[in-house]
Design a protein around this ligand. Structure first.
Ligand SMILES: [Zn+2]
Length: 400
C-alpha cells in the first residue's frame, strides 16, 4: 500500500559539533534538488531523497540562514551551483554532524520565514520540502530566537496530561510501535502500527482502572522518531517504559508473545551512544548533565544502568509469567535480548513486547480477537503490578 503522509518534526537545536563519518542510509537522489519561485516573492525548495528520515528545520541570524538537520542523509550529490540564477540564497553548505545527523545550511539573500516544512513519502523514496516566504528583518530575528516554533513541534498531544499526573501513582509510558509514515509490519490492509495503537489504548484503559498513570508515546497514527519515544518517558519522569510490537519474522512458523530487554552487549555501548546522540537533559532524570563531557555523562549513565538493568530483567520475567498463563507465548526463549534503541534508557526500566507476529496466521487472528486481547491486557496489568510491588520492596536496597 502506498503511504503518503506529511510529518513535521522539530528537534531542539542541541549544540552539535563535528564528528566521525557514519554510513548514510538515505541520500539525495541524482538531480533531486529543486528551487521553485512561488507567488509573492517566496520560494519552495524540494529535495528528493532515497528514503524518509526525521528532520528539523530552524533559522538563525548573522548571517540569516535556514538550517535543515536530517538524520543520515548523504548530500554529496548536491551541487552548490544549484543556486546559480536563484536570487534567494547566497550560499549553500552541507556537512556531516555528529552521530548520524547531517546539516544543510542555506544563507539567505533577504529575510524569509519558514512557512511550511514537510516530508512526503512515496514509492521511490521521500521528498523534503521547505516553503519560505518573505518577511521583515525584525520578524526574522524574532523567529530565529524562538526555535520552538509550535508549527514545527511534534509534541504528542498526550503530553498535555502531564500536569494532572499524581506524583505517587506508578506512571507507565506505553509505546505503540511505528505510526505515520512507518506502518511497521503489514498483512493485507492490517498494519502493525494500527493494531498496536488500539492494543495500547485497551491496555491503557485497564491500567487506569488500577490507578496506574499511563501516557502513550503516540495517541494517533503519528510518526514519532525512536529517540523521542524514550525522551517522552524521561520528560514525564515515568517509572516504566513498555513498547508494543507485532513484527514479521522470516523464518519458519514462529508465533506467540515474547518480551525483550536490552542485550548486555548493547547496554555496554548504549550509554556511550546516548551520550553522543541526545540532548543532555533528556538522559538522566534529576541529574544535570548539561555541560558534562560525553565520558562523564557516560559514567553517570552506566551507574544508573547498574540499577535499572536488573529491574528491566525482573519486569520481563514477571511479564512472561503473566503472559504464559493467558496467551500463547514463543515456544523457545520467550524472554529475549536485543539492541532495540527504545530500550536504551539508562534509568527507566524498559521492555519491548512482541504481542505476536503478523507473519503468523494464528497470531494475526489472535491480535484481532477480543478474547485474546482481554487475556493479553490482563497479563500486562498483572505483570506490571506484581513487578511494582516487588520493586517497591527492593527500592531501599538501591543506591540513591
Ligand atoms: Zn514493530
Amino acid at each position: 500500500m502506498r503511504v503518503l503522509a506529511t510529518v513535521l518534526i522539530w528537534v531542539m537545536g542541541a549544540a552539535l559539533g563535528l564528528a566521525s563519518p557514519v554510513a548514510a542510509q538515505s541520500r539525495l537522489v541524482q538531480g533531486g534538488a529543486q528551487i521553485v519561485a512561488t507567488d509573492a516573492g517566496g520560494v519552495t525548495v524540494r529535495f528528493a531523497i532515497s528514503q524518509a528520515v526525521p528532520f528539523s528545520v530552524h533559522t538563525r541570524v548573522n548571517p540569516m540562514q535556514v538550517i535543515l538537520d536530517t538524520q543520515q542523509v548523504d548530500w554529496s550529490g548536491l551541487q552548490a551551483n544549484m543556486l546559480t540564477g536563484a536570487p534567494y540564497f547566497t550560499d549553500l553548505r552541507v556537512g556531516r554532524m555528529r552521530s548520524g545527523w547531517s546539516r544543510l545550511v542555506l544563507t539567505l539573500a533577504a529575510p524569509m520565514a519558514i512557512d511550511q516544512a514537510g516530508l512526503q513519502q512515496s514509492d521511490t523514496g521521500a521528498q523534503l520540502m521547505l516553503k519560505l516566504v518573505p518577511t521583515t528583518a525584525d520578524h526574522f530575528a524574532a523567529l530565529a530566537h524562538a526555535p520552538d516554533d509550535p508549527r514545527f513541534t511534534l509534541a504528542p498531544p498526550v503530553l498535555a496530561r502531564a500536569a494532572a499526573i499524581d506524583k505517587d501513582a506508578l506512571h507507565v509510558v506505553l509505546d505503540p510501535g511505528h505510526g505515520g509514515i512507518d506502518p511497521g509490519a503489514t498483512r493485507g490492509s492490517i498494519t502493525e502500527a494500527d493494531l498496536m495503537l488500539s492494543l495500547a489504548r485497551q491496555v491503557q484503559e485497564a491500567l487506569l482502572r488500577e490507578g496506574i498513570e499511563v501516557t502513550l508515546t503516540r495517541a494517533e497514527d503519528d510518526f514519532i522518531p525512536l529517540p523521542q519515544r524514550v525522551a517522552i518517558a524521561h520528560d514525564l519522569g515515568a517509572d516504566l517504559f513498555i513498547s508494543l510490537h507485532a513484527d514479521t519474522v522470516e523464518q519458519g512458523q514462529v508465533s506467540g508473545a515474547s518480551v525483550y530487554t536490552l542485550a548486555q552487549q548493547a547496554s555496554d555501548t548504549a550509554s556511550a551512544r546516548l551520550a553522543a546522540e541526545h540532548d543532555r537533559d533528556a538522559l538522566l532524570a534529576g541529574v544535570d548533565l548539561q555541560g558534562q563531557k560525553d565520558d562523564v555523562a557516560r559514567v553517570l549513565m552506566d551507574l544508573a544502568r547498574l540499577d535499572t538493568q536488573p529491574r528491566s530483567e525482573s519486569l520481563a520475567t514477571h511479564m512472561v509469567g503473566a503472559l504464559a498463563a493467558r496467551v500463547p507465548i514463543l515456544a523457545t526463549q520467550p524472554h529475549r535480548q536485543a539492541d532495540f534503541s527504545v530500550l536504551r534508557s539508562a534509568d527507566i526500566p524498559s521492555v519491548l513486547i512482541e504481542a505476536g507476529f503478523l507473519s503468523s496466521q494464528a497470531d494475526l487472528t489472535n491480535l484481532q480477537d477480543p478474547q485474546w486481547r482481554a487475556g493479553f491486557t490482563a497479563a500486562i496489568v498483572e505483570g506490571i503490578t506484581v513487578w511494582a510491588d516487588e520493586d517497591a520492596l527492593l527500592a531501599p536496597l538501591r543506591r540513591k
